[in-house]
Structure formats: C-alpha cells, structure tokens
Write a protein that binds this ligand. Structure first.
Ligand code: NAD
Length: 291
C-alpha cells in the first residue's frame, strides 16, 4: 500500500507519522496472522509511579500492540516502590518465556536508578534497544534491537523515499536515547549519510545546519530550528517535545521551516507515532529471535 503524499501550505512533503504508523501496524498484523509458527507474541510494559504522560505513552503502546496482533501484559508499581521491588518485577518478566519484549517506561520516579533495572533485560527482550548490550551491538553493526525513536526517523526517511546515501545529515542532541543512535543509523553502511552531531555546546548551530540535506532535531528546546537553519529542499525531522502554555511543541518552528524545507514532520503526528510503530516491529523481531 503506497503512502498518500500530502504537502504543507509551503509545498513541503508532510512526513505523516500517524499514517505510516498505521500502515506498519497493519503490515505487522498481517504478518502475525499469516505465520502459524509464531507463538502468542507478548509485549510487557512496566510503569512505576503515576506520571501522567508516561501513563498515556504506555496505554497507547498497549493498544497498538493489540492492533498489531500481539498481546500485551502490564505491570504497575507505585511511586513508593523500592529499587529491589522494581528489579524483582523486571527480573520475573525477563525469565518468563511467554514474554517476548519488555518495555520499562522511563523516566523512573526520583530515587530509582534505571541502569541496574535495564541491565536485567536480556538483549533479545530489550525492545527499546537501550541496554549496554543492545547499544554495543548497534555500534558493532551486529543484529539487535535498535532504539525505537531513531529507528522511526529512519523508517520515515526510507518509506517517503528520502535519499540518505552521500547526503549531509545533522543530528541535534547527543543522548543515548535518540541523538547518538541516530548518528550511528544515518552513518551506517546502507544509509551512508555524512553525519554531523550538534549539541548544547555547538558554537554556531545555524552554520552547522544550513548545509544539511537532512536535519534531525532532538534537543527538547521549543522552536530551536527556524527557517534560517534550513537549506531549501532539506528534510527536517522533529523529535523534540516541549510542553508549553500553547500545548505540545517541537524543536522545529513548523510555520517558518515548512516554507523552505522539502519535507517536514508535523508535531504532533510525526516521529512520536513512529516510535510506537518501531516498538511493535522490535517486539515481533524479539519473538523471532527467541523462536
Ligand atoms: P536529552 O535531554 O537527554 O538530550 C537533549 C540533547 O539536546 C542533549 O544532548 C543536548 O546537548 C542537546 N541540546 C540541548 N540544548 C541544545 C541547543 N541549544 N542546541 C543544540 N543542542 C542542544 O533528551 P532526549 O532524551 O535525547 O530527548 C530529546 C527530546 O526528544 C526531548 O524533548 C524528548 O521529550 C523528545 N523525545 C521524543 C520522542 C518521540 O517519540 N518523538 C522520543 C524520545 C524523546
């Protein structure tokens, strides 16, 4: 099924993450239904505490799992849970052969250290791709789960036919969740972009960006990227999320940038839904790894 191509008022291709997510979920559901060798593929979500956005994210991950033909299990602990209690809950899921993927919703409440919790995840069940072993596999170019948000950016580029080979890409942000894996994925063999990593100490962000064919903004600073950062025709993908008085906004000033860009993600409805789609892809891949 081809994606319908929509344009912004300024003529840029709208990289519609909602539409692509729906397409990927439908593809996964078809694959699951058509493969009788698959077990009942299960994604387990772990939520600690009562952070509202985290609860919304976990809820939509569970709903999309079911739409993709997977089953979901949910484990919830109170904000008062101890480090040992959280680790025990995750260890139980790690050992359970009926659970194929485990997602620990981050951030954990204050006082809890996520590192020892993530370390309990076997690499094949680490569908968020955040553990040291998954990261190590990504760096070494070995099979493993890739973090969902940067993978979602790659899917948007690929499925909308945006060439990365030999192109200049700038990634803004150097976190292990988004920026660093994004740099690795864009620069990997096959994607073959020449990648610049910009961050909070980059001296001149306009200068770093304005030659780029692809910009991935993951700083979490509302409206950081404006038309002056963007080369005419460039693809601009907005990962940042800031909660402001005007609602949720991205790192990209959509109005000014859509007038110069060749392609742009909306916010919301761009990279966010793609994160969920890639989580489902990883969960099915996890079940296949464990078959
Ligand atoms: P982070 O705070 O760990 O990293 C932010 C990065 O931005 C840092 O590396 C920092 O060096 C860089 N930065 C900060 N100010 C900058 C500036 N003025 N110029 C250039 N770089 C600057 O955050 P993160 O976990 O990587 O997430 C980044 C953003 O993406 C956040 O807003 C987060 O909410 C959002 N996010 C979105 C999704 C999604 O699905 N769309 C998923 C994960 C995170």
């Amino acid at each position: 099924m081809a994606l319908e191509i929509k344009h912004t008022a300024g003529g840029a291709i709208l990289l519609d993450g909602n539409a692509l997510r729906d397409q990927i979920i439908a593809e996964l559901a078809e694959e699951v239904a058509g493969d009788s060798s698959l077990p009942n593929v299960c994604l387990a979500t772990v939520l600690v505490g009562d952070d509202k956005p985290s609860r919304v994210y976990v809820g939509s991950k569970q709903r999309k799992a079911v739409e993709a033909g997977l089953s979901s299990r949910h484990v919830e602990l109170p904000a008062t849970a101890t480090q040992a209690e959280v680790e025990a809950a995750v260890a139980e899921l790690a050992e359970d052969p009926t659970v194929h993927g485990i997602l620990v919703q981050l951030p954990l409440p204050d006082g809890l250290d996520p590192e020892p919790v993530l370390d309990l995840l076997p690499p094949e069940k680490d569908v968020d791709g955040l553990t040291e072993r998954s990261m190590g596999r990504l760096v070494r170019g070995r099979d493993g789960h890739v973090p969902c948000t940067p993978q979602g950016v790659m899917e948007l580029l690929g499925r909308y036919g945006i060439e990365t080979k030999g192109k200049k890409a700038v990634v803004i942000g150097r976190s292990t969740l988004v920026g660093l894996p994004q740099v690795l994925l864009l620069g990997a063999k096959g994607a073959d972009a020449t990648v610049t990593l910009a961050h909070s100490r980059t001296a001149d962000l306009v200068e770093a960006c304005r030659d780029a064919d692809i910009i991935v903004a993951a700083a979490g600073i509302a409206g950081l990227i404006t038309a002056e950062h963007v080369k005419p025709g460039a693809a601009v993908l907005d990962v940042g999320i800031s909660r402001t008085a005007d609602g949720i906004v991205g790192d990209v000033d959509f109005e000014s940038v859509q007038a110069v860009a060749g392609a742009i993600t909306p916010m919301p409805g761009g990279t966010g839904p793609m994160t969920i789609a890639c989580l489902m892809q990883n969960t099915l891949a996890a079940a296949r790894m464990q078959q």
